[in-house]
Design a protein around this ligand. Sequence first.
Ligand code: SF4
Length: 370
Amino acid sequence: MKYLDEYRDGRIARSLAAEIARRVTRPWVLMEICGGQTHTLMRFGLDDLLPAKIEMVHGPGCPVCVTPLEIIDKAIAIASQPGVTLISYGDMLRVPGSRTDLFHVKARGGDVRIVYSPSEALNFARANPDQKVVFFAVGFETTAPANAMAVWQAKREGLKNFSMLASHVLVPPAIRALLSAPRNRVQGFIGPGHVCTVMGYRQYEELIREFHVPIVVGGFEPVDLLEAILMLVTQLEQGRAEVENQYVRSVTYEGNLPAQKILAEVFEVCDRKWRGIGGIPESGLSLREDYAELDADRIFGTQEVTAEEPPECISAEVLQGLKKPTDCSAFAKRCTPENPLGAPMVSSEGACAAYYQYRRHTVAAGSGGH
Ligand code: SF4
């Protein structure tokens, strides 16, 4: 197949679903890691197309959703200071911190701006040398190389008014944490296609050796996802556990080596707290000591900021595949995209927002979403 339409062809999708139904003999719980994949599942109603024996649960692969509360609070503290311009992606402005969000900081006169790439933040810093410009960098391995390049470039140019508040997270340690959890239900994973475009799929072999759970790297269109589910079901029914690549038009075994090189140059692996899940060892990226003068956390003295999650939001269980958004008593009532209580309702990639947007808010709360 060459064209987008073909990856959305209903006839192909239905024949893949029929093949899955033919092969499946017992219940399986599968997780798509990436929020973009969750969005496609909901948008095209793919979970309704699957046989009842296949349960899809939704993983922690939405960067906005897993950015810890305390990093939002740090960004708010920095953006509230005079002479500072805080720049980030649009979704981050609506994520609730402990007491407020960045939109409210902006409404109160803070200089908070939205960009589509870190190079726009760099350009703003070059054009405004008297302003302290902070780029709020979140995301998985997918966005990290462009952010690393911005920091590398700023250091090379000796740009003194640019810094980065970085909160990057890594997928393999999150899968390890999910599989190690005593309540884990997931028996197979659809790997995140965009992350693997950068990092390859070699790094998942270790997880498979450790946990004997199949992982199929998948794309983001309906036919991609159904094909990945078929590959997973085939492995599970045959008792195999391997890493396979459905998203061959984008992902290779090694990944993008120059992108990995700039990541290693600028960032180092660190322990990271995930919103709703808690601390996961070696699951994040922070700036290396060589780049300390560009680290906003050090420059603005926010390293000690901590925060507690609001108790009513069950995003921890949603992001671990233990509950569906519709199991949350606040879903579509006190928590909506206009007034989100938790991060999974903010981003279009968040599971709660995807359920809300694609008709699932008509499902009675507590009934489950499958
Ligand atoms: S519906 Fe809202 S409160 Fe409930 S888990 Fe999702 S984000 Fe949290």
